[in-house]
Design a protein around this ligand. Structure first.
Ligand code: GRF
Length: 201
């Protein structure tokens, strides 16, 4: 299935999706970044995927930016839109438009630690398990129905960087899994519930 991936940075999750395109039955039709000059755009180009920059600072409002983003995304006719380190808060207009066909990955065991600095917060709380969640996007930031999580043990010696690294390794495993389920028609959103093979998740 055709998908569009939105990024703002390094794009390591994008890379994981690029590398698994054949297995997951996806075709990345375009990569869109709100930041220019980022590594993720190079990764797209290296893979022969159209790499597009839409700079949010060139728009008067969040609504105007999201309108432009929707037009750009839809011009590629994706069946699924993937947020992979896309550091923008989306308008309800945007999240409603892609209801049931937009996913995000968030580096925490949601509903814990929505928002930024998740690794720092997990360490400060003394958690012995941290992790990552792929979820369908809803209008609530990091609040949509979860699809898959990976748990990552926290070591006594961990700092933010070491923990983030181990979480990222898991991200690269579970994002292609979730996307593959969707592409295979096994995963759907029914109201507020993610359904895998007719079973609520
Ligand atoms: C990841 O930690 C992801 O969970 C978060 O943003 C980061 C993106 O990393 N949403 P990358 O750009 O995929 O390397």
């Amino acid at each position: 299935i055709p998908i569009v991936v939105l990024i703002s940075g390094s794009g390591s999750n994008l890379q994981a999706l690029i590398d698994t395109q054949d297995d997951t039955n996806i075709r990345i039709a375009a990569v869109i970044s709100n930041q220019q000059g980022v590594r993720g755009l190079e990764r797209a180009q290296e893979a022969g995927i159209p790499a597009i920059v839409l700079n949010h600072t060139e728009y008067d409002s969040r609504e105007a930016f999201d309108q432009a983003l929707i037009s750009e995304i839809d011009s590629h006719q994706p069946e699924l839109v993937i947020l992979a380190g896309f550091m923008r808060i989306l308008t309800p207009e945007m999240t409603n438009h892609y209801h049931g066909r937009m996913m995000n990955i968030h580096p925490s065991l949601l509903p814990k630690y929505k928002g930024l600095h998740t690794h720092k917060r997990a360490l400060e709380a003394g958690d012995n398990v941290h992790g990552v969640t792929v979820h369908f996007v809803s209008s609530e930031l990091d609040g949509g129905p979860p699809i898959i999580q990976a748990r990552v043990p926290v070591k006594a010696t961990d700092n933010q960087e070491s923990l983030q690294k181990r979480v990222l390794l898991q991200e690269h495993i579970i994002y292609p899994v979730a996307v593959g389920w969707f592409a295979a028609g096994r995963l759907k959103l029914d109201g507020d519930t993610a359904i895998l093979d007719d079973r609520p998740l």
